[in-house]
Design a binder for this molecule. Structure first.
Ligand SMILES: N[C@@H](CCC(=O)N[C@@H](CS)C(=O)NCC(=O)O)C(=O)O
Length: 205
């Protein structure tokens, strides 16, 4: 059984989408970020970085529990454990990992900062401009890639699952999807997947 510690944010939704996609049983443990649950000692024992998501696989390698944080590592683990969305071919697998790292190192942090500064009551124009500009640059890279591939790494993969919930927040970081037609096509196709729709509903709070 996978125990999923999550909240209603893009990084959390990646893992519930993944669990739905690979059909692995999971239990949801909401970590209310607004109430500071991520700082409680019992949660810090699972994730010393006091952020969501985290998982505990009660039936980990060797039949022993495995605790994991960082959404990208969790997606890779679940893909490898189930053998789904995890290409056996080395080239294809590294193409997936490359776009997953692009999400983890670029899309997540930059869109996250843009969201933060756009929502701050006290506006910091330099920060808004810096992160909005970088978000737009990343959208351009994604749009170019999706102009010649159906999904980020060719076939539907954990790279798409990682990126989708961040693009879902495009209105907060003030990006018009109509200006990125290839991303819009990709976003609409992924939004229509029943597994994605179920994963996006988690946690039910
Ligand atoms: N690189 C981490 C980032 C996790 C992260 O930033 N989580 C946010 C929610 S999306 C969080 O828990 N924030 C709470 C806090 O910073 O106190 C991952 O991908 O898992």
């Amino acid at each position: 059984m996978i125990q999923l510690y999550t909240w209603n944010t893009p990084n959390g939704k990646k893992v519930s989408i993944m669990a739905e996609e690979v059909g692995i049983p999971y239990e949801v443990y909401p970590i209310n970020l607004q109430q500071g649950d991520q700082h409680k000692p019992e949660y810090l024992a699972i994730n010393p970085n006091n952020k969501i998501p985290s998982i505990v696989d009660t039936d980990g390698p060797g039949g022993k529990p495995l605790t994991l944080f960082e959404s990208g590592a969790i997606l890779m683990y679940l893909a490898e454990k189930t053998g789904k969305l995890w290409p056996q071919d080395v080239r294809k697998r590294y193409e997936v990992i490359q776009w997953l790292m692009f999400q983890m190192g670029g899309v997540g942090p930059m869109f996250g900062q843009a969201n933060y500064f756009f929502r701050m009551t006290e506006k910091v124009p330099y920060a808004i401009e810096r992160f909005h500009k970088e978000a737009l640059r990343l959208y351009k890279v994604l749009d170019q890639q999706l102009g010649h591939k159906e999904y980020l790494a060719g076939e539907y993969s954990i790279a798409d699952i990682a990126t989708y919930p961040w693009v879902w927040r495009h209105e907060i970081h003030q990006v018009k999807l109509e200006e990125f037609p290839n991303i819009k096509r990709w976003f609409d196709v992924i939004s229509a997947r029943p597994e994605v729709q179920r994963g996006m509903e988690i946690p039910k709070t």
